[in-house]
Design a protein around this ligand. Structure first.
Ligand code: KIV
Ligand code: NA
Length: 261
């Protein structure tokens, strides 16, 4: 097993929490690495966060590879996760393996795909052929057109049981991690206890092994963020102020300073 992944498993066993943020480019990957973040996710959320789309369905594999290369250059010791985008893996294991290979060549350490037990054969196929897979269950944004909106999952007993079974099947198939998105806290805690691989939560309460936050939500620079995100700074305001100061300086002849020659 990859030394860095073995460390995640060890930390799960010891109850040591790990922090993941999304990153889509080099400078913010550098910031994450310098801050001691443990993992960076090149999420297909970039379709919404960076390109302004309403969902993630338009993101292509080429775009994911492009952003993965940028992030890898800045990621330092962070484990780099990259998302398989919509339409590049759902047809079957071989399609998924081809897409995963593209992101591995771009430098990703772990490849993430959405879906439950129905993806277990795909996870097994990839895991047996050199790919570290991170599964993603609960709110899986690539399925938004079936649901009509982004909504919490696992809120009734049946769907909670199904998610528990999904997590077990994916871990059994050889997934190295599982993301739990927008599920009740108690369910996320149960799944985290049930399986030996690390769980990474978002909108899933404090009891998962790791947390992931969208970088632009954390920095306060996303146009809209989900209720469970925390804005650690009001980045948009800070940047607007800096830009307005620049505009003022140029208007006042205050920038650039006059030089002797
Ligand atoms: O694309 C993304 O940012 C994600 C996380 C929210 C888990 O998949
Ligand atoms: Na994603």
């Amino acid at each position: 097993m990859h030394k860095k992944i073995a460390r995640w498993v060890q930390d799960k066993q010891n109850g040591i929490k790990r922090a993941v943020v999304t990153a889509y480019d080099y400078p913010l990957a550098c910031c994450a690495a310098a801050a001691g973040v443990h993992g960076v996710l090149v999420g297909d959320s970039l379709g919404m966060v960076v390109t302004g789309a309403d969902d993630t369905l338009g993101v292509t594999l080429e775009q994911m590879a492009y952003h993965t290369r940028m992030v890898v250059r800045g990621a330092g010791d962070c484990l780099v996760f990259a998302d398989l985008p919509f339409g590049t893996y759902e047809k079957g294991p071989e399609q998924a393996w081809d897409a995963a290979a593209t992101l591995l060549r771009a430098g990703a350490d772990v490849i993430k795909l959405e879906g439950g037990a129905e993806m277990a054969p795909t996870v097994a196929f990839c895991a047996e052929r050199g790919v570290n897979i991170c599964a993603h269950i609960g709110l899986t944004p690539q399925r938004v057109r079936q649901w009509g909106s982004f909504q919490q999952q696992g809120t009734d007993a049946d769907s909670a049981r199904r998610l528990q079974a999904d997590a077990g099947a994916l871990a059994e198939a050889g997934a190295r991690f599982v993301v739990l998105e927008a599920v009740p806290d108690a369910l996320a805690a149960d799944i985290t206890r049930d399986i030996a691989i690390p769980t990474i939560g978002i909108g899933a309460g404090p009891d998962t092994d790791a947390q992931v936050l969208v970088m632009h939500d954390l920095l306060g620079i996303s146009a809209k963020s989900p209720p469970f995100a925390r804005r650690y700074i009001e980045g948009s305001q800070i940047m607007r102020d800096a830009l307005a100061e620049y505009v003022r300086d140029v208007g006042n002849n205050g920038f650039p300073p006059r030089r002797k020659c």
